[in-house]
Design a protein around this ligand. Structure first.
Ligand SMILES: Cc1cc2nc3c(=O)[nH]c(=O)nc-3n(C[C@H](O)[C@H](O)[C@H](O)COP(=O)(O)OP(=O)(O)OC[C@H]3O[C@@H](n4cnc5c(N)ncnc54)[C@H](O)[C@@H]3O)c2cc1C
Length: 417
């Protein structure tokens, strides 16, 4: 196919969870939007819409309502009403109940694939967003007035241009690499193995997280009475968990879970397909560059110990949509606008990154001081309700100035062109 040319207001590179959420937040706005996604949604190697059971914070569920997909998602969602946090072999634990805070739940657990399906279904009916898929970004050239990108599609190469490019292309962002944005990558030397497991007793909307020196083990309530398991092990040990016969894996899991999980859920008797995810902290020096902004994992890939990666990405996506639709300038790629977005989002991003990174390093540290901080911290949180409340509200996504959609308000979408 010969080179085609297309001009847009905005191009989103990466149509995964973060990119598609941004595209949907811009639905009906005056902007013409192109969204490029390298891997088809049904493909077995689609990296965003996979089997992971994601814990969505309360504010994220409200954003999903604002995006108009909550009704569709509800059949796949399981509310989290109680959370139990403990440390392997230690008596201290933190028990959080949403009802104690005056909420029905802390949020909900939904499979990443179900969120992806709902986002894409809704996007099909949106006129101002054109989806290119499969389409892989191969080059990007920002200049004073616009950004020109090249991409490969099944039918040939495309050249597109826009006032602004949003990189939502994941932890290994090609936009970030092509623009040589310096990025700190820290290898946690841990791998998360995920699978669905079936407990003996009803999970009653309870989530469990047990910290160990080799990484956390989370058990999340899921649909059909199942639970989502996220088991973090030292790098290299994941192949044992992936390859063990089902019954042996279940025996190991039954030994490993904390006493509260055992008491409330009984024994696990069935395990589904297992997948492994190596864990890194990815932190670019800057999330903005000339006419380019990074969001989602491209801007910050974090340890899943606090289940905040997508929640943070979603707040970024809808905050960016808010800044763009409410901009007083006609140039949505202007440095001033991108700086305003960056300054707004930085405190939430830094706080979320520091929290999950701090947890990962503290529990991995074998020293007595770290041990004291872990057990002491947990006991303190359990004993002092204000601390517990702060912890819970933060996990629910109440961090700094919230985007309008997270506050249950609508964006002031301008008239389409
Ligand atoms: C084990 C595990 C458990 C987790 N649990 C939770 C949880 O409970 N709660 C939570 O909030 N978060 C959780 N997360 C984090 C969450 O999965 C991520 O934050 C989220 O997937 C980030 O979405 P994204 O769209 O930014 O990136 P990605 O999901 O990586 O999507 C990027 C997209 O860009 C596309 N792409 C890449 N390069 C190109 C290119 N050159 N051209 C075009 N397209 C391209 C890719 O195909 C992909 O679809 C977890 C993560 C892991 C690993």
């Amino acid at each position: 196919m010969s080179q085609q040319q297309h001009k847009f207001d905005l191009i989103i590179v990466g149509g995964g969870l973060a990119g598609a959420s941004l595209a949907l937040a811009l639905a009906g706005s005056k902007f013409s939007v192109a969204m490029l996604e390298a891997v088809a949604p049904q493909a077995s190697d689609q990296p965003s819409y996979d089997d992971r059971t994601l814990a969505l914070a309360w504010t994220s569920c409200r954003i999903m309502q604002g995006l108009g997909i909550w009704d569709d998602l509800q059949a796949s969602a399981t509310a989290i009403e109680e959370i139990y946090v403990s440390e392997l072999g230690k008596p201290a634990q933190v028990q959080l109940a949403a009802a104690d805070l005056g909420f029905e739940n802390f949020g909900a657990v939904i499979e990443a694939r179900a969120i992806g399906n709902s986002l894409l279904k809704r996007l099909q009916a949106v006129d101002n967003v054109i989806r290119f898929c499969p389409a892989k970004l191969t080059a990007i050239k920002p200049d004073k007035d616009q950004v020109v990108i090249q991409c490969e599609t099944e039918t040939g190469n495309l050249e597109l241009s826009a006032s602004l490019v949003v990189a939502a292309d994941g932890a290994r962002s090609s936009v970030r690499e092509m623009l040589s944005i310096p990025t700190r990558i820290y290898d946690y030397q841990q791998t998360a193995v995920i699978a669905n497991v079936s407990p003996e007793k009803d999970h009653q909307q309870r989530a469990f997280e047990q910290f160990t020196a080799t990484g956390p083990l989370a058990i999340l309530p899921h649909v059909g009475g199942r639970c989502g398991m996220v088991w973090t092990v030292p790098k290299g040990e994941e192949s044992a968990l992936l390859e063990l016969p089902d019954q042996q894996l279940l025996d190991l899991l039954n030994q490993r879970v904390g006493h509260k999980t055992r008491e409330l859920l009984g024994r696990f008797s069935k395990v589904g397909r297992r997948t492994a995810y190596p864990l890194y902290l990815v932190q670019p020096q800057s999330n903005i560059s000339q006419r380019v902004v990074l969001i989602g994992n491209a801007a910050h890939a974090i340890h899943p110990n606090s289940a905040q990666g997508f929640n943070l990405a979603l707040r970024d996506a809808v905050a960016l949509a808010e800044v763009l639709v409410e901009a007083e300038t006609a140039d949505i790629g202007s440095a001033g606008l991108l700086q305003a977005f960056d300054q707004w989002r930085k405190p939430d991003q830094q706080q979320t990154i520091s929290y999950s990174d701090g947890l990962a390093r503290l529990f991995a540290n074998p020293g007595w001081l770290a041990g004291l901080l872990c057990s002491g911290g947990m006991a303190l949180h359990q004993l002092f309700p204000p601390l517990k409340r702060r912890l819970a509200l933060s996990a629910m996504g109440f961090r700094g100035r919230l985007p309008k959609l997270a506050r249950g308000q609508k964006l002031s979408i301008g008239k389409p062109k």
